[in-house]
Ligand binder design. Structure first.
Ligand code: AMP
Ligand code: MG
Length: 427
């Protein structure tokens, strides 16, 4: 039995994760590459921008002509976005200006753009520059964002929408990405029934497999929901064996101290190495983490889609209480999924907000309590939601973050800035 502090448990997971690798790679069209992890570099195939780009509608000028405004320049033409400026104005001469649109290339000789708002037109052939300016004003020089041949995105980058834009700018219609890790989800409990079944009066619908599948998918994995395991060692062992053929096995329930909590003893038969068997947190104290291996005597032939070889598979035994399962996923499973997806584990991203009402807890555990963050940008407050403990999915579904209570705090007064963990697919 090793029960760790929250920080030590998290560090242990990150350490194990640092040895894990993604499986193979596949090529996907850019339109389906969002949230995937890049398996190759994306290199700029041209300068970005490819020409000196005007960032304003206005007049391209030689800056020495506009150091002292007001001044009048002769207008020699108009350059629209996409036009070749050399056809309109091969070389901008002193005392002249060319009308230019946002996104168009400056002509040779021009080195600044006066925005149209600072000009007026005494007549169709001239422009009055009302404000003085300097070189480079409203211009992005060719190659300023990236030189041709430089790396825009490195392997291991998780492709968010900005990274997708970067790849598109480099002309990449297809990208090599890592294959999503396959994550087996195994829920245990004699009382648990499938969501499609009509539950008996004392049965509970399986919510954990579905919340976990949603979390796995949001974190970039491919969830595979296994049949529900009864609290009976033979069938449980069969399903654990099936689960261990995947890249990661997530189990829920059966990890407490009850006499029908069989996950740990059954896992022990699979050469399990337990890294920890609990963390001083609430919810989620009985969480179990380790690696296990199918017995050598197993004659199961791995499906070609399943993980290669017969090496160890990381597993988590998550507490059965639905909110514990959800919170433990966010705190501990994500780093492992990141590593198996081919990217460095994202640190937990805490932010701070003002506590709306005084909070009282017992010391000894780091608590992650469902809460709502509300208010305008400069004045966000956070408040606990009333809940009935870690079985209360209804209240948790109404929350949008977790208040983090350090283990040494008993009372936190209203008005204090406290740590919160945001909840959302993008984190
Ligand atoms: P356990 O960790 O197995 O002792 O379960 C703790 C609590 O969580 C019990 O009230 C279970 O009924 C409940 N629970 C366990 N698994 C699930 C599940 N898959 N969906 C919903 N509730 C569950
Ligand atoms: Mg149970």
């Amino acid at each position: 039995m090793s029960v760790l502090s929250f920080t030590d448990a998290r560090r242990t997971v990150e350490l194990v994760a640092s040895d894990l690798k993604a499986g193979g790679t596949e090529s996907v069209p850019l339109a389906r590459a969002a949230h995937r992890v890049l398996a190759q570099s994306v290199i700029a195939d041209r300068d970005l921008p490819p020409f000196p780009r005007s960032t304003r509608d206005g007049f391209a000028v030689r800056s020495e002509d506009v150091l002292h405004a007001p001044t009048t320049l002769r207008v020699v033409g108009e350059i629209r976005a996409g036009a070749d400026p050399s056809l309109i104005c091969p070389e901008l001469q002193s005392g002249t200006a060319v009308e230019i649109m946002t996104g168009a290339s400056l002509p040779s000789g021009a080195d600044a753009v006066i925005m149209v708002e600072y000009t007026s037109r005494p007549d169709e052939h001239s422009v009055l520059i009302e404000r003085s300016s300097v070189a480079r004003k409203n211009v992005v020089p060719a190659g300023a964002e990236a030189r041709s041949g430089t790396t825009l995105l490195a392997p291991g980058t998780r492709l968010d929408y900005a990274a997708i834009a970067s790849a598109a700018s480099a002309g990449r219609a297809e990208l090599a990405v890592f294959i999503r890790p396959r994550v087996a989800i195994l829920t245990t409990g004699d009382e648990i029934v499938d969501v499609t079944a009509k539950p008996g009066p004392y049965q509970i619908r399986n919510s954990n497999s579905h919340s976990l599948a949603a979390q796995v998918a949001a974190a970039g994995g491919e969830p595979i929901i296994l049949p529900i395991a009864p609290d009976e060692p033979v069938r449980l062992a069969e399903l654990i064996a099936l689960g261990l053929e995947h890249d990661l096995l997530l189990m829920t329930g059966g990890v407490s101290m009850g006499k029908h909590d069989l996950v740990e003893p059954v896992l022990a038969k699979f050469n399990a190495r337990f890294r920890f068997t609990g963390a001083h947190i609430q919810p989620g104290k009985p969480i179990v983490f380790g690696e296990a291996r199918l017995p050598k005597t197993s004659n199961r032939v791995p499906h070609p889609d399943l993980r290669e070889g017969w090496d160890t598979t990381p597993f988590f035994g998550l507490p059965g209480n639905p909110v514990s399962t959800m919170v433990c996923f966010e705190l501990f499973v994500r780093p492992v999924l990141d590593a198996l997806s081919g990217t460095r584990p994202r640190p937990l991203f805490f932010t701070r907000a003002r506590l709306a009402s005084t909070l009282k807890t017992k010391t000894g555990l780091t608590r992650f309590l469902p809460a709502t963050l509300s208010g305008a940008l400069a004045d966000t407050t956070v408040d606990l939601i009333p809940w009935h403990g870690s079985g209360d999915v209804v209240a948790t579904a109404r929350a949008n973050c977790y208040i983090v209570v350090p283990p040494d705090r008993e009372t936190i007064p209203a008005g204090e800035f406290i740590s919160i963990l945001l909840r959302g697919a993008e984190l």
